[in-house]
Design a protein around this ligand. Sequence first.
Ligand code: SAH
Ligand code: SF4
Length: 353
Amino acid sequence: MHDLSLTEMAAALVATETSSHHAKALWRALLREGELDLAARDFLPPLRRWVLDHVGEGKAFFLDAPEVVSEIHSSDGLTRKFLLKQRDGQATETVLMGYDGRHTACVSTQAGCAMGCVFCATGQMGFVRHLRPGEIVAQVLHAKRVLAATQPGRRLRNLVLMGMGEPLHNYDSVIQALDIISNVRGIGIGPSHIAISTVGVVPGILRLAKEGQPYRLAVSLHGSNEEERSALVPASKKWSLAELIAACREYGAITGKRIFFEWTLIAGKNDSPETAQRLAALLSGIDSHVNLIPLNPTQGFSGTAAAESSGREFQRILLAAGFPCTVRQRRGIDVAAGCGQLKAEKVRAASRT
Ligand code: SAH
Ligand code: SF4
């Protein structure tokens, strides 16, 4: 039921001979309050009857309430990572982070990923399936519930689509989910507090711009020329770096918005001063913010994280060229925070037993 927009919910009620007026109460319970037991709610009698008749296993509607398969916390207690089991048994990851009083959820958009980035645990798994909008929404509700239970009174303000999967490979479901998540009657996270991170699916980037989607865009770049990038990101054989940068320029021109570029720093692969200079030249004229991410080691990739000194030099060159540039803290490394790593660990543990 978390797939349904307010209009679709009203239509579903009408189709089953119940007044559409109840849609708001139902949406409020489901999304604002994250209710998982609708039958226990004190709804008006017609809505109560509708819930009893239509919601539940074997009935027309069901709730997405993923089961927690495992949960780990960082030693500072500020990052919590969950492996959640969907209805068909597929496990996906959701993270709740809380730093400087700001709480952010990081959710998955697919089980696995087809893009095959060599350093990424999800890419190493391959693609399994797209997540439905309801499965994306339910992850945010899970994070909200955990926040309410662990730090009462704190609001979940930010959302990043940086968990497992490539959001723009699952475009329609992602946008449908974000419509519900950002709606003030829904979960109510402001669109400017929501970031879509993409490996560079060019048609998706242009579509976001042309549709005027209000969310932030992050592009995972990792390489400053075709050769450097395609060694890490196989998807760049489909959408070349040149095409991707052209799409980013067009996105900037249409939307007037800043683009966040993600860069996983890998020793000897993409951390040299020459690479930083090429990157600065590549981004010239694009309103950009570069976010450097130290590599989290994964089982299927022999590369290592760049030395702190090369990271600092890389950052210095970009700053000198006029680009805001931050180095992301390795905040969750002790909770296997790299995307897909918790699931990969579970699979390895299971295969050992
Ligand atoms: N598919 C999207 C969003 C999910 S990945 C994308 O690629 O942007 C989110 C971010 O995590 C990306 O920037 C990705 O490059 C980064 N990432 C994945 N595996 C990593 C690892 N092992 N170490 C550091 N960053 C990683
Ligand atoms: Fe997919 Fe993103 Fe991982 Fe690349 S980094 S394999 S696009 S999830």
